[in-house]
Design a protein around this ligand. Sequence first.
Ligand code: PLP
Length: 378
Amino acid sequence: MARQNSQMAAVYGKENVYDFSLGNPNVPAPDCVKQAILDILNEEDPVMVHGYMPNAGYVDVRTAVAESLNRRFGMDYGPENILMTVGAASGLNDILKAILDPGDQVLTFAPFFVEYSSYVKNYDGELVAVSPDTATFQPNLRELEERISEKTKAVIVNNPNNPTGVVYPEETIRQMADVLEKKSREIGHPIMLISDEPYRELVYDGVQVPYIPKFYKDTVVVYSYSKSLSLPGERIGYLAISKDVADWEELMGAVTIAHRVLGSVNAPSLMQRVIMRCVDATSDISVYDRNRTLLYESLKEYGFQCMKPEGAFYLFVKSPAEDENEFCQVCKNHRILVVPGSSFFCPGYVRISYCVSHEQIERALPAFKAVAEEYHLI
Ligand code: PLP
């Protein structure tokens, strides 16, 4: 996609290519991040700031993260429950490395972030997709129940969701917990729920994202500051494993060693120190909200079918052509770049990222309208 963008930009000019393919935040990190970096470099011991540390991360940083989660979600985390990671990607790999034996299955709900397949394969596991409920894009819990077997080690849930922008409400999470508790008893071992939540803070219209460990005790939270603080290139996040998780101490030891032997060793030191100082901050989410409203309302007006996203910064639009790759090509002919739904195990749809400048959306609207006209939607 990035190559297509630069090839098209060379021909048509950068401002005439409408790239909606990437999940790279366009909102700058909040001022407190820059201030924190300056203050850390001026005030803290440079040997410490650039040095090795315990593999799980600095104790004071993990304490700050734990206390923030306790304040916000009424949890009982201490530093011993937190592992600082190299973004969500590394947190997911750490937990999968720690729990998977060859042949184990991990379930997830389509559509899903494509890298899950590779991460599970890294440890000789098998990712099993529960098919999408395209009427609501809520998780299909009946099929989840059917697909759980003795081989099931974990379920990955991503809320708010990439690529649909849907938020799973508390009732859905309660029902999911009921299914997992019942099936864990049946198969004789706890099924771990891996809650991948890099978009937790990106929600609109006052929507609440349930804190899953409150509803299902064997939950491991995988968090990232890539989206909430607009720091995707800095590679910083954490894993949280509460004291309610079965064998939590052993599991914390396992993920910490996994982090080390997978080559991450420890999360970036300077960024950990930044998180310590900006633990409750976010970038300006209202920018995405404004983009969401303009894009959603315009696409609906042009006759496209999609749900209004409640979170993240993606719209998942039904392809007017049976083959969404054809639709992507037609969009490309109008210099619009979007991602086919088959990349998320959900053909027939495309993902449009609206973490772009508002001006890009305004410039792209005539092109979207021309695509709609080509499909006789208006
Ligand atoms: N999980 C989901 C659902 C994502 O969308 C992404 C990135 O886009 C990640 C994990 C990886 O995030 P990170 O950049 O923190 O590794």
